[in-house]
Design a protein around this ligand. Structure first.
Ligand SMILES: O=c1ccn([C@@H]2O[C@H](COP(=O)(O)O)[C@@H](O)[C@H]2O)c(=O)[nH]1
Length: 239
């Protein structure tokens, strides 16, 4: 099973701070860098060029969720960037996901770059079963909801899902072997959850069969981000 190097969520407010962090990852394997809405809305595509110039692969996490036509056009623009991964919400439905995929492939073809892997967000790892049931009025367990989104995402043609590693046991039997399961909600110390609800350690994510872990604050807010990254990498990648 494919296992990527850890994906570091660069959730910082400015380019200056993000480049300061990037300069600390002079290590092999290099992390994949996740650029999310905070940094992208502040700095625009320039932050992508700067990160690419430093030799990092990019996970552009903008979580598109809108009507199919709007998502298709938005994804067409994302397809121009030459990033390796991007995201869409499975809750937008199969028609929206298929439109997003079409847009992404069209954009990548226009720019003559490889299309990114498209990943569908299932239930955010900050959601617990109680809030899902009472606020989204989903009358299922978290596991059933995530499994159902994973099936829908695969039918729509996307490359994988974002979920908690806690759900991998119910997803794997219903998707193909090459379907990617990327898992945030990673906490080396499970006592420190922040706003995450469905957490696992890097070692648990490996044992449960994650293809890639997304880690933000445990690395970026550490006094020694590179050491934290190397420790997490060891725990996740080494059998
Ligand atoms: O379900 C999801 C989807 C995306 N994320 C993103 O991952 C990182 C996690 O950051 P931490 O600081 O390690 O909590 C963050 O950028 C989220 O936007 C997620 O956590 N859960």
């Amino acid at each position: 099973m494919k296992r990527f190097q850890p994906i570091v969520a660069l959730d910082v407010p400015t380019k200056r701070l993000s480049l300061k962090l990037l300069d600390q990852f002079e290590v092999e394997p290099k992390p994949i860098i996740k650029i999310g809405m905070q940094l992208f809305y502040e700095e625009g595509p320039d932050i992508i060029w700067e990160t690419q110039r430093r030799g990092f692969d990019i996970f552009l996490d903008l979580k598109l969720h809108d009507i199919p036509n709007t998502v298709e056009k938005g994804m067409q623009s994302i397809g121009h960037f030459g990033v390796q991964f991007t995201t869409i919400h499975a809750a937008g439905g199969s028609e929206m996901m298929a439109a997003g995929l079409r847009g992404l492939q069209a954009g990548a073809a226009e720019a003559e770059v490889e299309a990114p892997k498209l990943l569908a967000i299932t239930q955010l790892t900050s959601t617990d079963e109680h809030s899902m049931q009472t606020e989204q009025h989903v009358n299922l367990s978290i596991q059933e909801s995530v499994q159902s989104y994973a099936k829908l995402a695969q039918q729509a043609g996307v490359d994988g899902v974002v979920c908690s590693a806690q759900e991998l046991a119910v997803i794997r039997p219903v998707v193909s072997d090459d379907f990617l399961c990327i898992t945030p909600g990673i906490r080396p110390d499970l006592n420190v959850e922040d706003d995450q609800k469905r957490t696992v350690t890097p070692a648990q994510a490996r044992q449960l069969g994650s293809n890639g872990i997304v880690v933000g604050r445990p690395i970026t807010q550490s006094d020694h981000p590179q050491d934290a990254y190397l420790e997490i990498t060891k725990e996740f990648l080494e059998d």
